[in-house]
Design a protein around this ligand. Structure first.
Ligand code: NIG
Ligand code: FE
Length: 415
């Protein structure tokens, strides 16, 4: 058995014997141990405690030791909303946006999601796999240990299945914990622009049965938005997904009050994501449900939208998570350190709240909290070892600096 001992850890962050999803005020409670040790056996967290208790662990067994003086140890980030399988970046649209075109105008010009779909359908499965693998590797160096990945740039039976097979292969080969989400309902392909029902039928009758049979997805997603999928269409697609064993996790209230939050809650969604545009009813509906609200601040930043109302959501008692939304159109970055920085700077989340939302609640939003999201005995040794820093709050404060020393995924240091 491989044993690794980290000693003199300045602060062991998010240490828990129990790890319920955190709602409202609970999000600010981040249990930590100062001047701590952490013992890892193979891929698992075996013991931790204050340095004074180190003699009580069995030192007769050999263990490699790392002196972590001045450094913090956090659970790896749990990024519960991404679109990292894509064929090409879209910086040309970025230029269009700088010149004043809106997201909706770019979409109407045949850009946006449809542009990505054209390119994805032209790419081979191997090409897509290699590009996504590079992105995944880069993200793991930035501290991401678990990630949800969506389809949704295929929009054809073959394209959607190709994306989901790429995600399946990533899952088989990567040490990261990966969840797959079917987002066939990302936008209407041009040929279905005036016949929405026919595309919904294609999703339900042609895509879902194959996805269920080949076990290609855990979740079903719908972009519930004005000009995309209505709340009623969202509910129909979610119900069909549920019948095929997929739980809903949906895009809601990004650009408009789309009714997406209410539709998601009604469908028993694991999470409703984005939430830039919220009113009283959407907030109280979410607060009264077991659905997690996943905030994607880098998408709001990139699209120059108002940031998500994190404080109002927390005050109302919602369970919120943070994710990157990494995609070529609205968040061409999957850096969860930046997501945490931005959540504090722009949404006034406290460092403790942002870290809980990006670790434990993110793990709940992917249903992997039994193995990741906190420093807990028996959970996977997927951790971030920081550079020496003055305190925890220094992480979101010193935005733009790389404060990570090393990342471990399931007992192995990321190279
Ligand atoms: O989550 N909102 C919908 N989907 C993505 C953007 C997709 C794209 O522009 O490619 C998002 O922001
Ligand atoms: Fe998204």
């Amino acid at each position: 058995m491989a044993r690794l001992l980290l000693t003199n850890v300045k602060q062991l962050v998010n240490v828990r014997e129990q790890w319920p999803v955190l709602r409202g005020k609970e999000l600010a409670l981040l249990p930590c141990i100062d001047n701590a040790f952490l013992l890892i056996e193979d891929d698992t967290i075996a013991a931790y405690g204050p340095m004074e208790q180190l003699p009580s662990i069995n030192r007769s067994l050999p263990a490699d030791t790392i002196d972590a003086t001045g450094k913090l140890v956090l659970p790896a980030w749990c990024d519960s909303h991404t679109h990292i399988v894509f064929a090409a970046s879209r910086e040309n649209e970025f230029i269009d946006k700088l010149k004043g075109l809106s997201y909706a105008e770019i979409a109407a010009k045949g850009g946006g999601i449809l542009n990505s779909a054209r390119k994805l359908n032209d790419a081979t499965e191997d090409e897509l796999f290699n590009m996504a693998w590079e992105r995944l590797t880069a993200l793991s160096r930035l501290g991401t240990g678990a990630i949800e990945i969506k389809s949704g740039y295929g929009l054809t039976v073959a394209g959607e299945l190709k994306m989901l097979r790429v995600i399946k292969k990533l899952r088989e080969r990567s040490p990261l914990t990966i969840r797959a989400t079917f987002l066939g309902a990302h936008t209407y392909p041009v040929e279905y622009k005036d016949n929405h029902q026919a595309y919904i039928d294609l999703i339900i009758q042609e895509m879902l049965p194959v996805i269920a049979r080949e076990k290609l997805a855990d979740y079903i997603d719908v972009f519930c938005e004005t000009g995309f999928f209505s709340a009623a269409e969202t509910e129909t697609i979610c119900r069909a997904g549920i019948q095929h064993g997929l739980k809903p996790k949906i895009h809601a209230n990004q650009l408009n009050l789309s009714g997406g939050v209410q539709a998601g809650v009604a469908a028993g969604a694991i999470s409703v994501d984005h939430l830039e545009t919220m009113d009283e009813d959407a907030i109280s509906t979410l607060a009264g449900s077991s659905t997690i609200g996943t905030l994607l601040p880098t998408a709001a930043f990139f699209l120059r939208m108002p940031f998500q109302p994190a404080r109002a959501l927390i005050d109302a008692g919602c369970a919120i998570a943070l994710a990157s939304d990494y995609n070529p159109g609205s968040s061409p970055s999957g850096n969860m350190n930046l997501v945490v920085n931005m959540s504090c700077i722009q949404m006034k989340m406290l460092p403790e709240e942002a870290i809980n939302a990006a670790t434990l609640n993110g793990a709940w939003a992917m249903e992997c909290a039994d193995e990741l999201g906190s420093i807990s005995i028996g959970k996977k040794a997927s951790i971030i070892l920081t550079q020496p820093v003055p305190s925890l709050a220094y992480l979101p404060y010193a935005f733009g600096s790389n404060l990570i020393d090393k990342v471990m995924i399931k007992g192995e240091w990321v190279q």
